[in-house]
Design a protein around this ligand. Sequence first.
Ligand code: S3P
Length: 174
Amino acid sequence: MNLKNIVLIGMSGVGKTVVGKNISEKNNMKLIDTDDIIVCNSGKTIAYIFDNYGENYFRSLESNIIENLSTENNAIISTGGGIIMDRKNIYSLKENGIIFLLEASLDTLIRNVNLSQEKRPLLEEGNNLRKKIENINRERKDFYISSADYIIKVDNKSIEEIGDEIISIFKQIK
Ligand code: S3P
């Protein structure tokens, strides 16, 4: 098995967390979820952190976690959707990881965000979810693509299929 990490990036609702869990369970790899670490370390929800300390503070917590992941290997790292906005995060993740961008249509993103229980501060305010996702996606698209080593299209694929596709690429990388 490759000793690098598998890093999942992509928009909210694309399935990073569920795909990460699937890969981790099926391949006996440690699962690291940057949002979960933030919640666990601070004892606060992501929504609470955004509301009370602001997005910049959240981003600094995110970057600290990424910095501390440099000793990990053969793990699967599921990141928050905004991780790519700071190039430093990507440089660190690339040092010992292969970056997989999960990419979905707007319809898939909206469906998954609506189905999920998770509170996502950037998608909460106002009521036009499609517009908000569209705007964030437009703003980030180039960052996602330039950060990715591989792009995985997820529309109409099961979690298992997506996980297997990633693992099959990962296993071929020397
Ligand atoms: C964010 C995405 C969220 C979470 C935070 C900010 C973003 O994670 O990190 O709400 O900036 O897109 P998910 O991608 O898991 O929703």
